[in-house]
Design a protein around this ligand. Structure first.
Ligand code: ZN
Length: 229
């Protein structure tokens, strides 16, 4: 099995929206796999539907609501006081243990069914938050193990792995989705879509908004100085 078709793990955020359009310019067929796990910023899910429809990409939304029965994280639990809500005190409170491993496992399962050979995930170790499963080593290790264990030859693509947030905006422009990213993708942890900034919607204060805002500044700065390639 060696198709030129890809599944994109797609949340509706800036990174996975850029990956969705990157995949559309690199693969024959593209399908979006979205996970609903009662995440706090639920409007990300609504935005993912809007973007998949605009991109004309079939989307499957899978409920992982059981995650909150197993793990504690600020991203999926309502309480905000649980700052050390994970198995590791060095992790940010938004860390969800084993999340990307679970996502990739389910993407492998669906890819096997669809007979697609490529999986795209928007993880990035440049703006590293300390999440173990956003690292290149994690992705390479997962791919090597899973291919060996299941006699597969799938390839996991991580187009954002070594990009800064500013460079991710630049990539969005190159693959033709900058307007979609700004108007429709959602990153804000507080689920705020009432305030529109030049970098998109959000509260402007949470960690996700700060990162996006910094990235936009970097992108604009590089553009002014002719550094975006
Ligand atoms: Zn925010």
């Amino acid at each position: 099995m060696n198709s030129q078709d890809a599944i994109v793990i797609f949340s509706g955020g800036q990174d996975s929206t850029t990956c969705l359009y990157w995949a559309l310019s690199n693969f024959h067929h593209v399908a979006a796999l979205t996970f609903a796990y009662d995440q706090k910023h639920r409007c990300e899910l609504d935005q993912s539907r809007v973007i998949a429809r605009k991109a004309n990409v079939p989307q499957k939304i899978i409920s992982l609501d059981f995650m909150k029965e197993l793990v504690s994280s600020e991203l999926i639990n309502q309480q905000k006081d649980n700052k050390k809500g994970t198995d590791n005190n060095n992790m940010p409170s938004t860390y969800v243990p084993m999340r990307n491993q679970l996502f990739l496992t389910l993407a492998y399962a669906w890819a096997t069914t669809l007979q697609y050979s490529h999986i795209v995930i928007g993880v990035c170790e440049t703006d590293y938050s300390g999440y173990y499963d956003c690292r290149d080593d994690f992705v390479k290790g997962f791919q090597a193990f899973t291919n060996l264990a299941y006699h597969l030859n799938f390839k996991i693509h991580t187009p954002l792995m070594h990009l800064s947030k500013g460079e991710t905006f630049d990539l969005a422009e190159k693959v033709g989705c900058l307007d979609i990213v700004l108007e429709h993708s959602h990153s804000c942890y507080e689920g705020d879509r009432t305030q529109r900034h030049d970098w998109g919607y959000g509260c402007g204060l949470c960690a996700a908004c700060q990162l996006r805002k910094r990235g936009w500044k970097e992108y604009c700065h590089n553009k002014e100085n002719g550094k975006n390639g």
